[in-house]
Unconditional design. Structure first.
Length: 96
């Protein structure tokens, strides 16, 4: 069953550009993964410090693999310094 993942990032004030750049970089690498069906990044229209990544994976195992790849590990380490909250990754499946 496909897995849909939502990740929210709220940048420290003044770190918005760094967050956007880091997200753009990890999106490119993630799209190249065999298990990635789709991945997109978003910025809130009413809060320039708020970003989201929405991704779709062939299954949960593919996302688990993604989480261990160097580009993902490095991205999350970088984001911990750029956002004002613990990074929250929500794994979901469609309601049907």
């Amino acid at each position: 069953m496909q897995l849909f993942v939502f990740i929210r990032f709220h940048a420290f004030e003044g770190r918005e550009d760094a967050v956007a750049t880091a997200i753009r970089e990890v999106i490119v690498a993630s799209r190249a993964e065999a298990g990635c069906v789709a991945i997109e990044a978003f910025r809130a229209t009413r809060n320039s410090r708020l970003f989201y990544i929405h991704s779709r994976w062939i299954d949960e195992a593919a996302f688990d693999d993604h989480a261990g790849f160097p580009h993902t590990v490095q991205f999350l380490a970088k984001m911990r310094l750029l956002v004002d909250h613990p990074v929250e990754v929500v794994r979901t499946t469609p309601l049907g």
